[in-house]
Design a protein around this ligand. Structure first.
Ligand code: MN
Length: 414
């Protein structure tokens, strides 16, 4: 039985204001072809199908069209979809009644029974072969929020220990009814310990309040494969081949430009996993950072001039991050860059400005801890300038700033 594991599609994501519908469509077309060519029996999507909890009509349509095409590519396919932290658990689940009769399962919400206990039967999906006999069981866990996992009394880490207990109890629920020769697999949308993370993942961690990481030991040993989502870099966890992040199909930030974006396929035979393989996803649109290292604007422009000319199709022009080294503000920076890339085969996504020498906030602040109302506007301006550019404000600029503050003061006196 052949499985395909993917996650973190983030359909509907804007890349620095650019709509990515074209890229998502290319990926989904490619995936349908892979399902067909590789004769995939089970497709696992481990969360963050959409980028927003209220996806647009066109994003939803794109997803359902994909499901329809995937089923056409292999009418016997089983599809298991879980909600990530970006998805609305209830909204993702809303077509469930319609899909119940098909082989498409969506798990967004953790339900409880009349006694208030977690209803594990609702997150456990039976995977059957063409003759209808059970070949494997899947713990289809979505992103778990407070209240979704068991409460462990007197523990140091309620989240990490609660999530571990969730997988253990779900596993026991299956173990009590499964027969020999049937495998158990699990899905999860979480931050695993020792996971290598990128810029966006760090941001998410801050947004989510830096909740604790889940150790690889939280998944019972008998689980044949753990299909994870949430971290965008494809990787295995805790040195274990069978506990993996598939990674996101599209780069979500410039820091992900060197990732090998992929989906994972594996086979289940009896209770074991075999032939775990990554299939690299062709990049419809690449992300470029120019120059390789931050450089003064003159050098940057020379580098940008070397870029190839644009072809017919703007949809496939690479996204460009321009890296500029600046020791003083340059109001014409954007204009110069836009001029240089006119007619070039790139789309300007962002300008990343850096000072040659950076000063930490502490260095600027330690001389004296002053209250904001003790500082005059010129002091605040000087401190921010020094912090940003690593050198003192030039005399002419300071004079102009003084002039402005005096004018403002005079106006407010009247
Ligand atoms: Mn996520």
């Amino acid at each position: 039985m052949k499985f395909l594991h993917t996650a973190d599609w983030h359909i509907g994501q804007l890349f620095h204001e650019f709509d990515r519908a074209f890229e998502h469509q290319q990926f989904l077309n490619w995936l349908v072809q892979i399902i067909k060519d590789q004769e995939i029996d089970v497709l696992l999507i481990s969360g963050d199908v959409f980028d927003l909890s209220n996806p647009s009509a066109s994003s939803i349509k794109m997803f359902y069209t994909f499901l329809n095409n995937a089923v056409k590519a292999n009418p016997e396919i089983q599809i298991i979809i879980t909600a990530g932290n970006h998805d609305s658990a209830t909204r993702l689940e809303s077509p469930k009644p319609l899909l119940e009769s098909s082989n498409i399962h969506i798990v967004g919400v953790i339900e409880r029974d009349e006694n208030g206990l977690i209803d594990y039967a609702k997150v456990i999906i039976q995977i059957k072969d063409q003759s209808g006999s059970i070949k494997a069981w899947c713990i289809a866990a979505p992103f778990l929020r407070i209240g979704d996992y068991p409460v462990i009394p007197d523990c140091n880490n309620p989240y990490a220990e609660g999530v571990a207990a969730f997988y253990k109890e779900a596993y026991e629920h299956i173990a009590a009814q499964k027969q020999a020769g049937q495998a158990i697999i699990a899905m999860g949308h979480l931050h695993a310990q020792q996971a290598e993370i990128g810029e966006i993942d760090k941001m998410e961690r801050l947004i989510m309040g830096g909740i604790e990481c889940i150790s690889a030991a939280s998944f019972p040993e008998e689980i044949a494969y753990v299909a994870l989502g949430h971290i965008h870099k494809a990787q295995r966890i805790g040195g274990k081949e069978h506990i993996r992040y598939s990674g996101s199909p599209l780069p979500m930030s410039f820091s992900e430009r060197n990732y090998k974006h992929q989906v994972i396929t594996f086979e289940i035979e009896n209770e074991r996993v075999k032939n775990i393989q990554g299939i690299e996803i062709p990049m419809a649109v690449s992300v470029l950072s120019k120059p390789a290292k931050h450089a003064p604007i003159e050098e940057v422009i020379m580098e940008l001039n070397k870029l190839p000319d644009a072809g017919e199709n703007r949809e496939i022009s690479p996204y460009l991050e321009v890296r500029v080294l600046e020791d003083k503000p340059d109001p014409a920076r954007r204009h110069k860059i836009e001029q240089a890339i006119q007619g070039k085969h790139v789309r300007l996504a962002t300008i990343n400005v850096k000072a040659p020498t950076t000063i930490s906030t502490e260095q600027v602040n330690t001389d004296e801890q002053q209250k904001l109302d003790e500082l005059n506007p010129v002091d605040v301006f000087s401190k921010i300038y020094t912090y940003t550019y690593g050198n003192p404000v030039p005399a002419d600029m300071l004079q102009l700033f003084n002039q402005v503050t005096q004018e403002v003061a005079q106006t407010s006196d009247i």
